[in-house]
Ligand binder design. Structure first.
Ligand SMILES: CC(C)(COP(=O)(O)OP(=O)(O)OC[C@H]1O[C@@H](n2cnc3c(N)ncnc32)[C@H](O)[C@@H]1OP(=O)(O)O)[C@@H](O)C(=O)NCCC(=O)NCCS
Length: 181
């Protein structure tokens, strides 16, 4: 497999991120934010990066504004832009606030999928969770997201029940604990 590395989001890499958005890639899996992000990015690149990763509050998919959790956000590179992965958490507890399902979220651009990149990116972000004091992290995914389930299981994920999907009536989400050690 080609090597991948986790890189901190930066102005230097922003054109590659912009290119992915322009192809219709949405970094948010709960809603398609590609066009909106593209507009904001082109309007003010520095402000865009700040709003995305550093502002004290952020807007959830349902429009509510919440304080930003501490987080380690990365872009994934194999020399080219491949996607994103992020670890967010509350200090001193494994609990997550309402509406935040899991500690780790990831998305690989469609043209870089099925190369093992998500599996490897998850493996590489786990030490950041460990360094923040977490021996395990919670990851959730849709019941029909087989690819994500494989990514989680390949990293030692242990099933931890299901809960009703918040946006898709009749569907469930799966919970997994993934050890960081
Ligand atoms: C889920 C996702 C991140 C997987 O990324 P990826 O880099 O393609 O994953 P990997 O290459 O590491 O593949 C992991 C496993 O899933 C399998 N897989 C990948 N895409 C698949 C697909 N569309 N259908 C079925 N299996 C798939 C791979 O073959 C591999 O299986 P293996 O371990 O048996 O070989 C990617 O499909 C994606 O970004 N999807 C949209 C966003 C999303 O669902 N994010 C996760 C939210 S919980």
């Amino acid at each position: 497999m080609t090597e991948i590395v986790l890189i901190r989001p930066s102005l230097e890499w922003l054109p590659a991120y912009e290119h992915a958005l322009a192809q219709g890639w949405s970094p948010d899996t709960t809603q398609d934010v590609s066009q909106e992000q593209l507009r904001q990015l082109r309007q003010d690149p520095e402000r865009f990066l700040y709003d995305l990763y550093s502002s004290p509050t952020l807007r959830l998919a349902d429009g509510t504004e919440v304080p930003r959790l501490p987080a380690h956000d990365f872009w994934i590179s194999d020399g080219e832009f491949c996607g994103r992965i992020g670890f967010r958490f509350q200090r001193g507890t494994e609990e997550m606030p309402p509406k935040v399902h899991g500690h780790i979220g990831y998305t690989i651009v469609p043209w870089k999928q099925r190369r093992g990149y998500a599996t490897e990116a998850l493996r590489q972000i786990l030490p950041f969770a460990r360094d923040e004091g977490f021996s395990r992290v919670l990851i959730t995914c849709d019941d029909d997201n087989l690819a994500s389930q494989k990514v989680i299981l390949a990293n030692g994920g242990v099933a931890a029940g299901t809960f009703p999907h918040d946006r898709l009536p009749g569907r469930t989400k799966l919970r997994f604990w993934v050890p960081t050690l």
